[in-house]
Design a protein around this ligand. Structure first.
Ligand code: ATP
Length: 269
């Protein structure tokens, strides 16, 4: 089976069901899933499938989750690297890592390559910061060369994530590269509720827990922060030797996640 062809760390069990809300983003990547399931079919019909997809949105809103879900839904391997990994590297190391990554992908296609924090290497070149950017530029050049080097028939989709699309080198956004953009914004109230419910399903809760009330009192919280609320609340419940999370735990965790401290009333108590 396909599962035996790649190592465990390259597989992902994430599916669209793990991503609450984000309906538009999910529907925008559905055709990519279909393509990865059967690249040949698309080839025969002649549909134009992107090589690169840029996921854009604030931190913690599910960009990594969505990239993994594309691979999980299509049941293809997931190869990833983060732009920030390259920052401390010696000149030439980043570029050779990029070449290795694309080689691995070609050997295991169809598959997903995920470039997290692409802005760390993909900033506009020659932006006048002086020397010292050789490494970054070589890495970026390697990404561009590799992306131009595979055909759309190879079944490789490169997904990149950023929260700063405005600083990206225009060369990355040219046709045939990251010419498709999918945005995942902060969740609205209904999406916050859905995200809370996904994470609440994984823990034991008291009857008084109300996801709707919590969703209303968490404007501008990211998905990652909402997930953290439930984690924090679970820890509080365990420390208090209770066997279920209460609404009080969740409200205290909500404030702790945002403000990094406990409610005054609790500290005194
Ligand atoms: P960053 O830009 O910081 O890397 P990101 O946008 O890639 O963030 P993820 O790493 O995908 O965000 O999300 C972090 C965690 O937040 C996820 O592992 C998940 O637990 C939770 N999360 C975020 N968005 C959602 C969502 N829509 N549904 C369910 N969980 C979510």
């Amino acid at each position: 089976s396909r599962a035996q062809m790649y190592t465990k760390e390259n597989r992902t069990n994430v599916t669209f069901d793990d991503i609450a809300g984000a309906a538009e983003a999910k529907s925008e990547v559905r055709e990519i899933v279909e393509f990865l399931k059967n690249p040949g079919k698309f080839q025969r019909i002649g549909g134009r499938i992107p090589r690169g997809v840029l996921l854009n949105g604030p931190p913690g809103c599910g960009k990594t989750l969505l990239a993994k879900a594309i691979a999980g839904e299509a049941e293809v391997p997931f190869f990833s690297i983060s732009g920030s990994d390259f920052v401390e590297m010696f000149v030439g190391v980043g570029a050779s890592r990029v070449r290795d990554l694309f080689k691995q992908a070609r050997d295991n296609s169809p598959c997903i390559i995920f470039l997290d924090e692409i802005d760390a290497v993909g900033r506009r070149r020659g932006s006048g910061m002086g020397g010292g950017h050789d490494e970054r530029e070589q890495t970026l050049n390697a990404i561009l060369v590799e992306m131009d080097g595979f055909g759309t028939d190879e079944g490789i989709i490169v997904v990149a994530a950023t929260n700063r699309p405005d600083v990206l080198d225009p060369a990355l956004l040219r046709p045939g590269r990251f010419d498709r953009e999918v945005t995942i914004d902060l969740p609205d109230k209904d999406d916050r509720r859905a995200i809370l419910e996904v994470h609440l399903r994984r823990v034991r809760t008291d009857d008084n827990v109300d996801a709707e009330v919590l969703a209303r009192s968490t404007p501008s919280y990211s998905g990652a922060e909402l997930a953290a609320i439930i984690n924090e609340a679970a820890i509080m419940a365990v420390l208090a030797k209770r066997d279920a999370i209460t609404m009080d735990d969740l409200e205290e965790a909500r404030d702790k996640v945002r403000y990094g401290r406990q409610k005054e009333s609790r500290k005194i108590a």
